[in-house]
Ligand binder design. Structure first.
Ligand SMILES: [Zn+2]
Length: 174
């Protein structure tokens, strides 16, 4: 078990389009990798963690999301491997943050409803339609797998302020 270092903004791997996972060759190390990713995500109180955020060139991400709307609901782990968006609907603009840019919160538009196809942690193909936080997490994590960051979706008028804020925040990151 290990808490991994989360790669921060400015590291080129966050701008890389990640390589599709060959499930069978990853399988032997997957349980340990997912356990480490889950612990890391919990330690930094994140909703999701993409492989490049821990320095790995793999098209996969882990999401930790409350099982229900109830207060203190247990977290459910959703692992998405080689995900693809099948359908996208609606639009909502909400504040978002990222473990690779701690301290930065910016409003970005997202679809309210997304359907994605992916391999789950057992290698089974799944198709899931999501709304709310899970829909947002799917889109945020899938951006990472393509080398995109949530700030790319921000209003262009906000970009100079975001840049300035990032410059200030970076001095406090490890
Ligand atoms: Zn992120």
């Amino acid at each position: 078990m290990a808490i991994l270092h989360v790669v921060k903004y400015g590291d080129p791997i966050l701008r890389q389009k990640l390589k599709p996972v060959d499930f069978d060759s990853l399988k032997p190390r997957l349980p340990q990798l997912l356990q480490d990713m889950e612990e890391t995500c919990l330690a930094v109180r994140g909703v999701g963690l993409a492989a490049n955020q821990i320095g790995l060139d793999l098209r996969m991400a882990l999401i930790l999301i409350p099982e229900s709307d109830k207060k203190n609901a247990p977290l459910k782990r959703v692992v998405i491997i080689n995900p693809e968006i099948v359908d996208k609907r609606g639009e909502i603009v909400e504040e978002e943050g990222c473990l690779s840019m701690p301290g930065l919160w910016v409003e970005v538009p997202r679809a309210t409803d997304v359907t994605i196809r992916f391999l789950d942690e057992t290698g089974q193909e799944r198709k899931v339609r999501a709304r709310g936080l899970l829909a947002k997490a799917f889109q945020h994590e899938m951006d990472h797998l393509d080398g995109h960051l949530f700030i790319d979706h921000a209003d262009p008028a906000l970009k100079p302020a975001i840049k300035k804020e990032l410059k200030k925040l970076r001095t406090g990151w490890d």
